[in-house]
Each structure stands twice: as structure tokens, then as C-alpha cells.
Design a protein around this ligand. Structure first.
Ligand code: NAX
Length: 328
């Protein structure tokens, strides 16, 4: 029978963790043939809550679930991990400045990057969900010098899925008939959801993009500000949709993107599309033999270029800030 995969989830007692763990244990992330060993990593004050979740995981009697451990020590939580979902991070509290937020998270992702470097499995794949996700992934990758940088990614799949949903609603096409949407840049308000290369049923996304009033007045801001709209409506931030996107991300990374399509992933740039080397920025990517490949050669017009550059500039300023604090 296939070797079990060790999956570590940080922030396991939080909302996204709770929404993700049961689906991971049910096989939604690594497929119906891969047994799962779960490692829940939390801070000490949330270990008891994580243990409650572990009890519920037991009580679900998932056939694929081999065992569940709860830890508050990253060296134990990441021991032998094949897939690490870094969901826990320090949220922005009232009166907290951006610099304080980057510093608090710089600390967390330095410690976790080092632990992954020391104890994770050889082929470890890392997905950072906790915000600021791109820059947290950059810090973790830089603190794991023995792990290839491309194994560190950040989540923009939720933005990608939101873009598909908005395009489906606007065009009347079914979600399954929409492909080749791209999120560029940072998982933040500056992200650029690009539909110029998309397929929408048998039409081209560029046809829809030609309606600039809809594109700039509705589509782009709706996708980029969707997180705030969810908080406004629910009184809590996106949880199940974020968990779903994290599962989609790892699923496609391990099992491949569908033929003829691509997805969006934030990963360390190797210079494609003029994005400075090393920045963890979102690109159009395909998963080939278990590794991400940036889709090359897409034509980027001035409209898109300006928006990609603005988001990349924000990533550079976040990088400069964490570098100034000594995390890189
Ligand atoms: P919650 O506050 O419900 O849960 C976070 C959990 O992380 C808590 O249980 C906390 O104890 C734990 N935690 C904090 N520091 C930790 C550490 N050093 N090690 C282990 N665990 C730690 O937040 P939730 O709604 O689950 O959101 C989690 C993160 O996802 C937030 O940073 C949020 O901003 C981010 N998001 C990212 C999204 C994306 O698309 N990239 C979308 C959804 C979400 O906003």
C-alpha cells in the first residue's frame, strides 16, 4: 500500500485549520489513495483547542487517516513533513502598524523556516496561507537554505477562484468552462486578476476585458476586495473558501493541473515577466511532474504591465522592510 504522507497544519485550531483538516483527512488534498498522518502545530495557548479538533478527527474514523499529533514545538510539528500548510500567523490587532505586523510574522516564519530546514522530509512542499502570505513565504524560504526555494509557495488560489466565480457570474458561462485566469503579484489589494488570456466557454477573456468600465470598475476591485466584503457580510474572514483554495493548491501541485489550463501560485521569482529574482509573487503556473512551471510567453500589454508592476513594487517594499529587520 502507498506510503502515508505527513501533513503539518499550523494554526490548526483556527478557522481555516478547522475547515481544512477534515477534508485533508478525507483525501480531498492528496487523493483517495494516499494515507495521511496529521501534525497539528499551534501556540501553547491553543494546544487544548487543537487537541479537541484531533479528537473530532479520530471520531470521524476516516479510512485514510493514520494518526494525528498535536505539537507546540515546530521541530516536532514539522518532523518528517511532506506537506506543510502554514496557516497560523499573527493577525493585525488594533493600533498595530504595518511594521509591527511584519516584525511579528518575520519572527514566526524565521523559526518555522529553520525548523522545516532541519527536520522536514527531503521533498517537502510548503504553502503559506497566513498573511502577509507572500512575504512570510519569502522569510521562511530564506531561513531554509537546504530546501530548494521553489518548494516555498504562498496562496493566491483563493483570489484565482474568486476571479473565476466573478467571470462566470458576469458571462453566464459555467465555472468549469472558464480557464487560464491569472492572479499576478501580491495577495493583497494590489493583486492583479488578469483575464486577457482566459477562455470563457468558446469566447476569449479579452472580449470581456474590452469592456473597461466593467473590468476596472467592477471585476478587478470585486476580486481584490472580496476578503473585506466577506468580513463585512459574515463578521468573520473567509475560512471555508480559503481552506478549499489551499487544498486545491496542494492537490494540483502534487497531482497536476488540468490539461489546457493553468492556475495561480505565488512562488519565488526567477525573473519571469520582469519580476525581480527571489520575490514571492503570483504567476500563471502549470504543475508538471510535481513541480510548478511558470507559463511563459504571455503577451502583457500596458494595461496589465502597469498593474503587475504596482503589485510587485508593494512586494519589494515588504521585502525591504523584513530585510531591514534582519529576517533575510
Ligand atoms: P484564526 O485567527 O482563526 O486562526 C489562526 C490560528 O493560528 C490561531 O489558532 C493561532 O493560535 C494560530 N497561530 C498563531 N501563531 C502561530 C504560530 N506561530 N504557530 C502555530 N500557530 C499559530 O485565523 P484564520 O481565519 O484561520 O486565518 C489564518 C490566516 O490566514 C490569517 O493570517 C489570515 O489573514 C490568512 N488568510 C489568508 C488568505 C489567503 O488567501 N492567503 C485568505 C484567508 C485568510 O484571510
Amino acid at each position: 500500500s502507498p506510503t502515508p504522507a505527513v501533513v503539518t497544519v499550523t494554526g490548526a485550531a483556527g478557522s481555516i485549520g478547522y475547515a481544512a483538516l477534515f477534508r485533508i483527512a478525507a483525501g480531498a488534498m492528496l487523493g483517495p489513495d494516499t494515507p495521511i498522518r496529521l501534525r497539528l502545530l499551534e501556540i501553547p495557548s491553543a494546544v487544548s483547542a487543537a487537541e479537541g479538533t484531533a479528537m473530532e478527527l479520530d471520531d470521524s474514523a476516516f479510512p485514510l487517516l493514520r494518526d494525528v499529533e498535536v505539537h507546540d514545538d515546530p521541530k516536532r510539528g514539522f518532523d518528517g513533513t511532506d506537506v506543510a500548510l502554514l496557516i497560523g500567523s499573527r493577525p493585525r490587532s488594533k493600533g498595530m502598524e504595518r511594521g509591527d505586523l511584519l516584525a511579528a510574522n518575520g519572527q514566526i516564519f524565521t523559526v518555522q523556516g529553520r525548523a522545516i530546514n532541519q527536520v522536514a522530509a527531503e521533498g517537502v512542499r510548503v504553502l503559506v496561507v497566513g498573511n502577509p502570505a507572500n512575504t512570510n513565504a519569502l522569510v521562511a524560504a530564506n531561513n531554509a537554505p537546504d530546501v530548494p526555494a521553489e518548494r516555498f509557495t504562498a496562496l493566491t488560489r483563493l483570489d484565482h477562484n474568486r476571479a473565476i466565480a466573478q467571470l462566470a457570474r458576469h458571462s453566464g458561462a459555467a465555472v468549469k468552462d472558464i480557464s487560464r485566469v491569472t492572479i499576478w503579484g501580491n495577495h493583497s489589494g494590489t493583486q492583479y486578476p488578469d483575464i486577457f488570456h482566459a477562455r470563457v466557454g468558446d469566447r476569449s477573456g479579452a472580449e470581456f476585458a474590452a469592456d473597461r468600465e466593467w473590468l476596472t470598475g467592477d471585476f478587478i476591485p470585486t476580486v481584490a476586495n472580496r476578503g473585506s466584503a466577506i468580513i463585512e457580510a459574515r463578521g468573520a474572514s473567509s475560512a471555508a473558501s480559503a481552506a478549499n483554495a489551499a487544498i486545491d493548491h496542494v492537490h494540483d501541485w502534487v497531482l497536476g493541473t488540468p490539461d489546457g489550463d493553468w492556475t495561480s501560485v505565488a512562488l519565488p521569482s526567477t525573473g519571469a515577466y520582469g519580476v525581480p529574482d527571489g520575490l514571492v509573487s503570483s504567476f500563471p503556473v502549470r504543475s508538471v511532474d510535481g513541480a510548478w512551471q511558470v507559463v511563459e510567453g504571455l503577451e502583457i500589454d500596458d494595461f496589465s504591465r502597469k498593474r503587475i508592476d504596482a503589485s510587485v513594487a508593494e512586494l519589494e517594499s515588504e521585502r525591504d522592510a523584513v530585510r531591514g529587520m534582519g529576517f533575510l
